[in-house]
Design a binder for this molecule. Structure first.
Ligand code: ATP
Ligand code: MG
Length: 363
């Protein structure tokens, strides 16, 4: 019997963990990334070290795999469509197009999926910025529509901001201005939807950021009211169904003081806030993305233990040695050759006895 082959676009840590999960299911992975130092290349059975614009290489890649997934959103749509013409891309290029453009994404969320988002305005020039900021009572965030991650390409605007200066510095002729949301905390859920529209959802978790980068995820979100868990699930289901999703999708949300949920953004792939599932659930988010893509039955999303996940950013990777001998901690290093400030180098899952109310990484 010939092993199935999974194509993975993007060779970062998420691609690496998808490939490792695929290998546990007997599936080989071919990985496409223009960066020769991609950490996922170490665990691939074949690599395509080509530019995303190299359509001939993209075609060769797509012809050699049974199905294809991606680990990030910023893939040129033409590349995604070229792949989709030759093999199933899951989630589809339509889902990718929506999630890679903050304006299309916000419009989809509010108009099609009909979930609550921050108020938003398209912003293509300084006049748009002035008008939007006025409507939003001078409490806003200017974001580029594309290519943002870890808070990059964003500026907070308040009543003291000089809009001309901000626009000159970071203005992009394709931006969006969002009203600033005074949320209580940040939550996320990860949903999988199969080829038969079967749905599985992981527990809603709390995400804490440091310097605009995810620092810790607490699973489950501490003291989460049932009502809020239910509405997080309903929101995720509505979005997944409306997208006709086949694959995995993360939904980032803000929880307001009264428990209302405001959707911030969606990511149609395994997500950093789902790394806890590697040790908290029988089926990790990575395995789930492979199952969904392959058209296989989805696995259980039941949480077996509570987990606090801590990202190891930059030099924090050296912390790994401290935790290697302690059986309560499961350590992961992504094998990145160069330690850089703000770079995600690895993570640690702290395994906690179920329902023991621990909500911190350090003991
Ligand atoms: P990431 O890669 O971490 O998901 P990103 O660059 O894609 O980040 P967002 O998720 O939109 O961008 O924003 C990053 C963070 O900025 C959010 O997690 C949240 O803390 C804050 N933020 C974003 N939008 C708003 C808003 N409208 N009101 C208040 N805070 C916001
Ligand atoms: Mg985000």
């Amino acid at each position: 019997m010939k092993n199935k082959i999974l194509g993975i676009i993007g060779g970062g840590q998420l691609g690496r963990m998808i490939a490792l999960s695929a290998s546990h299911l007997g599936i080989n992975s071919h990985i496409y990334d223009p960066n020769p130092d991609s950490p996922a290349f170490d665990v691939a059975s074949d690599i395509f070290n080509n530019e995303y614009s190299d359509i001939e290489a993209v075609k060769k890649f797509a012809k050699g795999v049974d199905v294809c997934v991606y680990e990030f959103e910023n893939i040129p749509i033409r590349t995604a469509q070229t792949i989709e013409d030759l093999c199933p891309l899951r989630p589809s290029s339509k889902v990718l197009a929506i999630s890679q453009d903050r304006l299309l994404e916000k419009k989809f969320l509010s108009d099609k999926a009909k979930v609550k988002t921050a108020p938003f305005y398209e912003c293509n020039n300084i006049d748009d910025l002035k008008t939007a900021t006025k409507y939003l009572n001078k409490s806003a965030i200017l974001k580029t529509r594309r290519l943002g991650y870890d808070g990059k390409g964003q500026v907070r605007i308040n009543k003291d901001s000089n809009l001309e200066t901000i626009w000159k510095k970071v203005g992009d002729n394709q931006s969006i201005v969002e009203g600033f949301i005074s949320f209580q905390r940040e939550l996320s859920v990860i949903i999988a939807r199969s080829i038969d529209a079967d749905i599985k959802i992981y527990d809603c978790v709390e995400n804490r950021h440091k310097n605009h980068i995810l620092d810790e995820t607490i699973a489950p979100a501490p003291h989460l009211k049932n009502k809020v868990q239910n509405s997080a699930e309903e929101i995720a289901i509505r979005i997944a169904n409306e997208l006709n999703l086949i694959g995995l999708l993360a939904v980032e949300m803000f929880e307001m003081e009264d428990g209302e949920l405001v959707v911030n953004e969606i990511a149609p792939r395994p997500h950093n806030s789902g790394h806890w599932t590697m040790d908290g659930c029988t089926t990790s988010q990575f395995e789930q993305s492979v199952r969904a893509a392959m058209g296989w039955p989805l696995g259980s999303t039941l949480r077996n233990v509570d987990i606090v996940m801590k990202n190891l950013i930059g030099k924090e990777i050296n912390l790994i040695n401290t935790f290697l001998e302690d059986s309560r901690y499961k350590t992961y290093s992504y094998g990145k050759k160069e330690v850089r400030e703000g770079r995600k180098m690895g993570h640690i899952n702290r395994i906690i006895e179920k329902d023991s109310n621990v909500s911190k990484f350090m003991p």
